[in-house]
Ligand binder design. Structure first.
Ligand SMILES: Cc1ncc(COP(=O)(O)O)c(C=O)c1O
Length: 442
């Protein structure tokens, strides 16, 4: 396996210029300087080839430069690039109708479009406040919902997102995410850990602190992304829906990372047969063209003219890219995510059996995480090993990305094939072996 010379000379020169000109706030992972990509392959400016198993953080759902998405963007750009949300155009209606068709609830949907995940979440928060005329929200530890002042108040994956930015939006209470690998609550006999977490909300938060009747919404990532690719136990969502129904609370699912086919269903929440009231989507929805969508039941999205809006909402290029993306996902990539996703999980479990640092393999479809530990019995987080794996993988031609304290996430383009998984995991296992060796683990 060849070690690449990264960052190479051209990349190095760009990194130096970048450091001078670009905000120091961006959370750069490692020095990959992109030149171009095709499908699941990308090349840096020095001509090094990489297999991309993170897809720009789960964004490039149809693969880099899919010809049908490129054509849709070109055709739309030639007609008009902008008209503003004060006016109308058919592509915007087409996309909203399509999102209504695939929304994870039976009731007809209405759609608000913005440019990012954080804007989709902002719209969801404002809508929930407006609809219920309540002020409070429940969110979960480890959550990532974005970085604008509203959305960042719900984010709780790293305190750096809050440091220096107080006061945040008031009225947000965080409760434990149902992380079965690292439970923090005591489970009652016969209880699923997901049910335990919901019981905690009612018994400890509603009964002692924030009355359930004053809560507008509960916002949750159906599979937690940035927080570590965590899959809740099966009892969680049915119990959460029942709790929301009991107190008249809106269930808001943040599907920015987990949605649009990534987990083998249009929306991850569908794995548990539960219907939310509001869905926030972005990332994979338009294959890389900025687009965020807040999709709500029509009985919920009742706010009047002027209550919320933006300049770029319904941008024609973004709508065209999204329609082309959704068509491709529907035609082939949903099924591919199921099939190749299972192949990826099975292969990772095989690798896990050979490596003491791989504490857990989890996920659904092509949203898969590997949590690293110092010891499989104590489960002490292996953050340094994880960081070494990420770096070693990069240096040998694989783009993967950390999340949580000690997890590597695999979120490849949904067009990935078995042969690509084989190639990527060969590099991954070599990277794990190297990292274990350098940390005295083998
Ligand atoms: C679940 C989730 N919600 C919201 C966001 C924010 O999206 P954006 O970065 O497009 O604002 C992200 C981004 O990683 C996310 O993963």
């Amino acid at each position: 396996m060849n070690k690449l010379n990264v960052p190479g000379p051209k990349a190095q020169a760009i990194l130096e210029r970048d450091q001078k000109a670009i905000s120091s706030s961006y959370p750069r992972a490692y020095p990959f300087v992109m030149d171009h990509g095709k499908g699941v392959e990308v090349w840096d400016v020095d001509g090094n080839r990489f297999l991309d198993m993170m897809a720009g953080i789960a964004v490039i759902s149809t693969g880099h430069a899919h010809p049908r998405v490129v054509k849709a963007v070109q055709d739309a750009a030639e007609k008009f690039m902008h008209i503003s949300s004060d006016f109308y155009h058919e592509g915007w209606v087409n996309l909203s109708e399509k999102l209504d068709q695939i929304a994870p609830f039976k009731e007809p949907a209405k759609v608000f479009l913005g440019n990012s995940g954080t804007e989709a979440v902002e719209a969801a928060i404002k809508l929930a406040k407006y609809k219920t005329q309540r002020q409070n929200f429940i969110a979960f530890t480890g959550a990532f919902h974005g970085r604008t002042m509203g959305a960042v108040s719900f984010t709780a994956s790293k305190s750096t997102y809050h440091h220096g930015f107080y006061p945040l939006m008031p009225g947000v209470t965080h409760v434990p995410y149902p992380n079965e690998y690292r439970p923090v609550l005591a489970r009652r006999a016969g209880e699923d850990y997901g049910e335990t977490c919901v019981r905690f909300i009612e018994e400890e938060v509603f009964a002692r602190n924030v009355p359930g009747e004053d809560v507008a919404g509960i916002i949750i990532e159906p599979i937690q992304g940035e927080g570590g690719y965590l899959v809740p136990p099966d009892g969680f969502f049915p119990a959460l829906r029942a709790l929301c129904d009991k107190y008249g609370i809106l269930l808001i699912v943040d599907e920015v990372q987990s949605g649009v086919g990534r987990t083998g269903k249009w929306w991850a929440v569908e794995h548990w047969g539960v219907e939310p009231d509001i869905v926030a989507s972005a990332k994979g929805i338009a294959s890389g063209i900025p687009l965020g969508a807040c999709i709500a039941r029509e009985s919920v999205m009742t706010w009047p003219k002027g209550a919320h809006g933006n300049t770029y909402g319904g941008n024609p290029i973004a709508c065209a890219a999204s329609l082309a993306t959704l068509k491709l996902v529907e035609e082939r990539y949903l099924a591919n995510a199921v099939e190749v996703g299972q192949y990826l999980i099975d292969a990772l479990e095989e690798i896990q059996a050979r490596h003491p640092s791989m504490g857990a393999v989890r996920g659904k479809g092509l949203m898969v995480g590997v949590e690293f530990v110092k010891d499989k019995n104590t489960k002490e987080p292996g953050d340094e090993i994880r960081n070494a794996v990420e770096r070693n993988a990069f240096e040998h031609g694989l783009l993967a990305l950390g999340c949580g304290k000690s997890t590597i996430r695999f979120a490849p383009p949904l067009c990935i094939e078995r042969k690509d998984v084989d190639e990527g995991l060969e590099i991954f296992e070599a990277a794990v072996a190297m990292s274990e060796k350098s940390h005295g683990l083998k």
